[in-house]
Design a protein around this ligand. Structure first.
Ligand SMILES: [Zn+2]
Length: 542
């Protein structure tokens, strides 16, 4: 018995054997059951996902006299002839091979003749988008007045290249790319036919390289089986795919994550001596790190074997999204460098060294958010940010002037606010030189301006009593003496007059808008956010 490749032997003979495409199968089965067969169908979708397989199955099912529900019996003459490809009433045209000119001409001549041995003559036109304009025209003529015994099934990967006049006469079905687990499941079924045992990891590796095309995965499996003399494992598959060794690639990924350039270079060396195709390995790394990036942000989107998922989970703990983005970017850049400049190994090595030096210099967004929430809760609970401990940082930052308009008043405050830092310093020193009660009163003031001889301060309306206490001449004298002592020169306090323009509601706000802004502006994270987005604070809400 001649060797029949696995994929052909295992070709689905029933709708229920088709992998994936449930939405298509269900609609076609309903059409069969209700006997509403259209004259033209368009099967679109990526290559190798089952378009022609389903077309042949459909041709068989609509012609089977002993159907059970919508499934063909596979034992009647018609079924056997169609399954073996011997039926003269099922005509397959490959539009890619000669653009279909002769076939379509022949089709036009023969289409009017009734089928010989079955009910429906079925024309399956594969790669239909490759037909010439003349062939499309001829086809259109037939589709305009189709004989009742004819069914056309056009299969294409590029439906946009099919003329509208044809499209509008077809029932369209969109086939989807298959998931890795669907492909692995199918490969297992095929292997079971020959009672061959292969581990899931190897099958996943094949599925991964098939990019959602079952046909590619099936023929890859066939080739790997011959290549490995039936002894199939991940290393054999990797070797076949030009990836050297699966284990080595995994090691390489790990050493990149650990930023261990010594180990990375050693592993690359081993891969090269394995005879691995380095650009292919690089491509694989891009895929792996892309998967890791997606996994880190939404694990549900990754369709992979359990072993790989566990590995991704492990890796994702020790690397930030930001570094992953940089890694993917750098690897893609290296791929393009190799394409343009050559020097595969050198460019690969350079990339590995660069990857080991990457720094997480960006604070991850999730950390910024946590910090912001923290600030928010502090504002809410009325605990001020510990700004006094950071004056040296504040002083280093350039200080552009921001103007905020708040109802009737305009307050000029510095974006980074060294003024407030200064005020906090002064308050600290005053604490040691005046009665604690007086310091506590003054603490509720905010600074407006400072010059050679005067510090102008103000109080919010809710601190009316504090304002009065500070304005009391006896108290003011004590405070000014302390201030002068600290500053080493005579200084006075100027307390701004009570601002009556503030509304009653505003009085009830525990901390004023402005104070909250000042507090928020002191925070390093907020500064960074303002810096990143080139923004300013418009409002602070609790
Ligand atoms: Zn049958």
């Amino acid at each position: 018995m001649p060797y029949v490749v696995l994929a052909r032997r295992g070709r689905p003979q029933l709708f229920s054997n088709v992998v994936g495409q449930e939405h298509v199968i269900k609609t076609l089965q309903n059409a069969i059951l209700s006997n509403r067969i259209a004259h033209a169908y368009l099967f679109t979708g990526p290559r190798g996902v089952g378009k022609t397989t389903v077309a042949r199955l459909f041709a068989k099912a609509i012609n089977c006299k002993n159907r059970s529900d919508s499934e063909p019996c596979n034992v009647c003459n018609s079924c056997i002839e169609i399954s073996s490809g011997r039926s003269i009433d099922i005509i397959e045209i490959d539009a890619a091979s000669n653009r279909g000119i002769d076939e379509i001409r022949e089709l036009r001549e023969n289409v009017k003749f009734a089928p010989v041995s079955v009910e429906y003559k079925v024309y399956i036109i594969d790669e239909a988008h490759m037909l010439t304009p003349e062939a499309f025209n001829a086809l259109l003529k037939t589709l305009e007045e189709p004989p009742h015994h004819v069914v056309f099934i056009l299969a294409t990967t590029e439906p946009h290249k099919i003329p509208m006049t044809i499209l509008s006469r077809c029932q369209r079905f969109d086939f989807r790319m298959l998931t890795q687990s669907q492909i692995v499941k199918r490969l297992k079924e095929l292997l079971a036919l020959d009672e061959i045992q292969v581990d899931d990891e190897s099958l996943s590796l094949i599925a991964e390289n098939a990019d959602g095309a079952l046909r590619d995965a099936e023929s890859m499996l066939d080739q790997v089986l011959s290549f490995s003399n039936g002894e199939l494992n991940t290393d054999k598959v990797s070797e076949f795919l030009g990836l050297g060794s699966y284990r080595l690639l995994d090691n390489l990924m790990e050493s990149i994550i650990k930023q261990d350039s010594v180990k990375s270079l050693e592993t690359l060396n081993s891969l090269a001596s394995y005879g691995a195709d380095l650009p292919q390995c690089l491509k694989k790394l891009v895929t792996y790190f892309r998967d890791l990036l997606v996994y880190k942000n939404n694990p549900a989107l990754i369709d992979a074997s359990e072993t790989k998922l566990n590995r991704l989970a492990e890796f994702s703990k020790s690397i930030s999204t930001e570094r992953l983005m940089k890694i993917v970017k750098l690897l893609i850049q290296t791929e393009s460098d190799i394409k343009q400049l050559g020097y595969e190994r050198l460019n690969f090595e350079l990339a590995l060294i660069k990857l080991a030096r990457l720094k997480d210099d960006v604070i991850p967004l999730d950390k910024i958010l946590v910090k912001l929430e923290d600030i928010e809760s502090k504002i809410y609970s009325g605990i001020p940010e510990p700004t006094a401990e950071k004056p040296e940082i504040i002083n280093k930052i350039s200080t552009p002037i921001e103007t905020f308009e708040e109802k009737n008043e305009i307050i000029e405050i510095d974006k980074q606010d060294p003024l407030k830092a200064k005020w906090i310093d002064i308050l600290k020193s005053i604490k040691t030189k005046c009665p604690p009660a007086l310091h506590a009163v003054l603490k509720e003031a905010y600074i407006v301006s400072i010059d050679d001889a005067t510090i102008t301060i103000d109080f919010d309306n809710k601190y009316k009593w504090h304002r009065e206490q500070t304005s009391d001449p006896a108290n003011l004298k004590i405070l000014e003496n302390a201030l002068s002592e600290i500053m080493g020169k005579p200084m006075k306090f100027s307390i701004q007059s009570n601002n009556t323009s503030k509304s009653e509601e505003k009085d009830e706000i525990p901390t004023s808008q402005r104070d909250m802004r000042l507090d928020v502006l002191q925070d390093e994270t907020v500064k960074m956010v303002l810096d990143i987005f080139n923004g300013r604070i418009v409002d602070v809400k609790k």
